[in-house]
Ligand binder design. Structure first.
Ligand SMILES: [Cu+2]
Length: 119
């Protein structure tokens, strides 16, 4: 499944996939680095537990896997084994510049994703 990452959006090719192995390819169409964290959760993707810096508290959610940070104009890949249920896809990078921090998650880089029971 292709996932397109930009400031400040995650655009997944599909909103649902069958359970099992999923090969993820993230392409960075933005101008700064982005990653992709796959979280199994019943919560809406915008309401995950957050840390003080605005990033998702990965210790308080079920992180199933991730695609490493991809630099602008490049792509990264990861293959995950997914069980049925609702998921959130988030970019969990926080940029710190000149004392100001910006959470990509809080800026909108999150989307819902469903894994359904395969045939
Ligand atoms: Cu990002």
């Amino acid at each position: 499944m292709d996932v397109f990452l930009t400031e400040w959006e995650i655009e997944a090719e599909l909103t649902s996939v069958p359970a099992g192995e999923l090969r993820l390819t993230t392409t960075n169409g933005g101008s700064i680095g982005h990653d992709l964290v796959v979280i199994k959760t019943d919560l809406p993707p915008g309401e995950l537990p957050a840390r003080e810096d605005g990033s998702v508290d990965e210790d308080s959610v079920e992180v199933v896997g991730r695609v490493p940070t991809v630099v602008p104009g490049e792509f990264e890949r990861a293959t995950l084994s997914l069980t049925p249920g609702p998921y959130a896809l988030v970019c969990n990078i926080v940029d710190v510049r000149g004392g100001e921090s910006r959470s990509h998650y809080q800026s909108g880089m999150q989307t819902a994703f469903i894994v359904f029971t395969g045939g």
